[in-house]
Design a protein around this ligand. Structure first.
Ligand SMILES: *[C@@H]1O[C@H](CO)[C@@H](O)[C@H](O)[C@H]1NC(C)=O
Length: 222
C-alpha cells in the first residue's frame, strides 16, 4: 500500500510539473501588477504570448508591451486603439526592432481599407522609451501623452477597443502583421482592470487537478 501511495504521489507531482511547464512553454508569466497598480490585457491563459500593461501618469499613460518573438530578425509589435472594434480608424503605437535596437513610432490605420501609415511626427508625444530583447521576449515601455495635436493620434482619456499586432520589418518599415488580437470590450486607460487572462494553471487542467486531488484524498484515507 505504501508503495502504491508513493508511486501515486510521484505521479501527481510529475503531472503537476508537466502541466505548469506546458503552460509556460510558449511565453512568459503574467505581470503581478495586473489589476493592481496597472491595467493589463494579454493572452495569458497559461503563459502569455503578448501582454500590454498600462498606468495613467497624470498627463499621459505609461505602456509596457511584452511579446515573445520567434526569431531575432527585424520585427515590430504594436497596439492600436479604436472605437470601432476593428482595425479601421485606429491609432497605433509600435516598437520597431532593427538589428536588436528598439524605436517607438505612432501610426494610423485608415478608416477604410487595411492600410497603416506612419503619422507626420512619429515620435511626437512619446517619451520614456525603455526597451529590451532577451530570451526571445521583446519588452518595450513608453509613455504616450493623453492628447496630441495630430487627430490621427487619439486622445487617451476616452475608452477604446485595444488591438495588438506584430509582424516583420523591411528596410525599417512595418510589413503587414502576422499576429493580431483584440479586446471584446471597451477599455479605459485611466483605470487598472485586468483583462490579461487567468494565472498559470489554466482552466481545462483545473478539473483534472481537482480529480487527482480527490483520488489522492480517497487513497490516503484508506
Ligand atoms: C475615428 O475615430 C476617432 C476616435 O474614436 C473619431 O473621433 C473619428 O470621428 C473617427 N473617424 C471616422 C472617419 O470614423
Amino acid at each position: 500500500m505504501t508503495a502504491i501511495k508513493t508511486t501515486y504521489a510521484v505521479l501527481v507531482i510529475c503531472i503537476l510539473c508537466l502541466l505548469i511547464s506546458v503552460n509556460l512553454v510558449n511565453g512568459f508569466s503574467k505581470d503581478s501588477t495586473c489589476g493592481g497598480t496597472h491595467g493589463c490585457w494579454g493572452d495569458c491563459d497559461g503563459g502569455c504570448s503578448f501582454l500590454l500593461t498600462w498606468m495613467s501618469s497624470g498627463s499621459g499613460v505609461s505602456f509596457k508591451m511584452k511579446t515573445s518573438l520567434s526569431s531575432n530578425a527585424d520585427q515590430w509589435a504594436g497596439f492600436g486603439i479604436s472605437t470601432s472594434a476593428s482595425m479601421q480608424n485606429a491609432s497605433v503605437s509600435s516598437c520597431l526592432m532593427t538589428s536588436g535596437s528598439l524605436a517607438p513610432e505612432n501610426s494610423y490605420n485608415a478608416a477604410s481599407g487595411n492600410t497603416n501609415s506612419v503619422v507626420s511626427n512619429p515620435t511626437d508625444g512619446l517619451s520614456g522609451l525603455s526597451a529590451d530583447f532577451t530570451n526571445s521576449i521583446m519588452t518595450c515601455e513608453l509613455t504616450r501623452s493623453n492628447t496630441n495635436s495630430d487627430p490621427e493620434v487619439f486622445d487617451l482619456t476616452t475608452d477604446y477597443y485595444i488591438l495588438f499586432a506584430k509582424g516583420t520589418l523591411s528596410g525599417g518599415t512595418k510589413n503587414q502583421h502576422t499576429f493580431t488580437d483584440k479586446t471584446n470590450v471597451l477599455v479605459s486607460f485611466q483605470s487598472t482592470q485586468d483583462l490579461a487572462g487567468s494565472v498559470p494553471i489554466i482552466k481545462p487542467f483545473t478539473s483534472i487537478l481537482i480529480m487527482l486531488s480527490v483520488f489522492q484524498i480517497v487513497l490516503f484515507s484508506m
